[in-house]
Design a binder for this molecule. Structure first.
Ligand code: PLP
Length: 427
């Protein structure tokens, strides 16, 4: 878009002109003084949809009046509750019916998926990850390697930016995959890097990984509900994401898993099994022998927690209402607007880590403050702007397109710009 002057008046006009601005009313925005808090942390914990309270109360009331009968007799039967979410999940990540299930939390699911899809054999033993990946992913990968008797120092391959650069060059990712070739068992990258906000070309990475004979998987913690995804079409083998960041399902909310249909009937894959992954028709007969359900549901272990599922169900409804293509279009404009404002601040106080290319980012701009970010963060917080501090030097600003406004971005830039230079330079 061509960028108008960065003024409050223009911010309000942009909000007024965008029909998706109405979605903000579906959320509870925390207050700061007499106004709304400028909340730019939706990539850490999404805001509470107003509809969550009623959805939870419905489950509580059914539990109160029906008790165990609620498994079948609840207004939305608990037996099949997770199935209600699957169509929204499929739309969200671009999946076919049967390819998505909501269960557990993200790190648990990374492990369950690696049990089935990281099977080192002969020379093919390595896992490719982002250097400086989210710690939980590193721990998961390291411990899976050790579980197979492999030393992470030798079998974990880390992608790093070139010296003096902040993000990975797309061609370097593909070249590394090709160079690793038949040593590579699993490619496991974020869809969006949590720290830099860089979005990766998942289609190209999947093609390159498959050409090398590897399984290709993505951690979509920062991509689900942020980018338009087409996991099935891209041929991604599996993916996992949490529900409480862009998806707004509440603290510790349920996570999602995608398993490509080509693996959905691979019943010979090793997997850790539980009764909820067993064939529905005979689950309650409780036979001795485990017979997995086809598709992603076959990886379920336990009967799922209905209260968190209820919260996630209504939070996914906002994505269905807005539609990912329209939401992503708004997101591009919001993030570009924020960047436009930041570009107007005095040079030298910070550096933007996130790529300027809109194709290589979602709803996040990470700023690096050479003098340290702690005091900047404090100053912003006092001024009613909540962003996310990654010590020592980075603050992440995430305008979430469902509830953040162009005006929010204007206030964030205005208040950042009003901090004394001694704060933003760490002097
Ligand atoms: C947020 C996040 C996690 C969190 O894992 P949980 O199991 O949900 O606690 C893991 N990995 C990445 C990349 C994340 O961004």
């Amino acid at each position: 878009m061509s960028l108008p002057p960065f003024t409050l008046e223009h911010a309000r006009r942009l909000d007024h002109e965008d029909p998706l601005s109405r979605m903000r009313q579906q959320f509870l925005v925390p207050r700061h003084g007499d106004g709304d808090l400028v909340y730019l942390c939706g990539n850490s914990l999404g805001l509470q949809p107003r509809a969550v309270r009623d959805a939870l109360e419905e489950v509580l009331a059914d539990w109160e009046t029906l008790a165990v009968e609620g498994h079948f007799a609840a207004r939305r039967s608990w037996m099949a509750y997770h199935e209600l979410l699957a169509p929204s999940g499929e739309r969200l990540v671009g999946a076919l019916p049967g390819e998505v299930v909501f269960m557990n939390s993200l790190s648990v699911n990374l492990h369950l998926m690696m049990v089935s899809f990281f099977r080192p054999q002969g020379r093919r033993t390595r896992i490719l990850v982002e250097g400086g990946a989210f710690p939980s992913d590193q721990y998961a990968v390291d411990s899976q390697l050790r579980f197979h008797g492999l030393d992470p120092a030798q079998h974990k391959v880390e992608l790093r930016p070139r010296p003096g650069e902040d993000t990975l060059r797309p061609e370097d990712i593909l070249a590394t995959i090709a160079a690793q070739g038949n040593r590579l068992a699993l490619v496991l990258l974020g869809g969006v890097n949590y720290y830099t906000g860089q979005a990766f070309d998942m289609r190209a990475i999947t093609e390159a990984g498959h050409a090398a004979g590897a399984i290709v998987a993505f951690d979509l913690a920062h991509a689900a509900g942020n980018l338009e995804l087409a996991l099935h079409e891209w041929g991604v083998d599996w993916a996992a994401w949490c529900g409480y960041k862009y998806l707004n399902s509440g603290p510790g909310g349920l996570a999602g898993v995608f398993v490509h249909e080509r693996h959905g009937r691979a019943f010979d894959l090793p997997r850790f099994a539980g009764w909820w992954g067993h064939d529905k028709a005979t689950r309650f007969v409780m036979p001795d022998r485990f017979e997995p359900m086809a598709g992603a549901e076959g990886w379920q272990l336990s009967n799922p927690p209905i209260l968190p599922l209820a919260a996630l169900r209504v939070s996914l409804e906002s994505f269905d209402e807005a539609g990912m293509p329209a939401l992503r279009a708004r997101s591009r404009r919001l993030t570009a607007w924020l960047e436009h404002g930041l570009d107007g601040l005095p040079a030298g106080r910070f550096r933007q880590l996130t790529p300027r290319d809109p194709e290589q980012r979602g709803a996040q701009l990470s700023l690096f403050f050479p003098g340290g970010a702690d005091t900047v963060m404090e100053g912003l917080q006092r001024a009613g702007v909540l962003a996310d501090l990654r010590r020592p030097s980075v603050i992440r600003f995430s305008p979430a397109p469902l509830y953040n406004s162009f005006e929010d971005c204007w206030h964030a830039v205005q208040r950042l710009g009003s901090l004394p230079a001694s704060v933003t330079t760490g002097g």
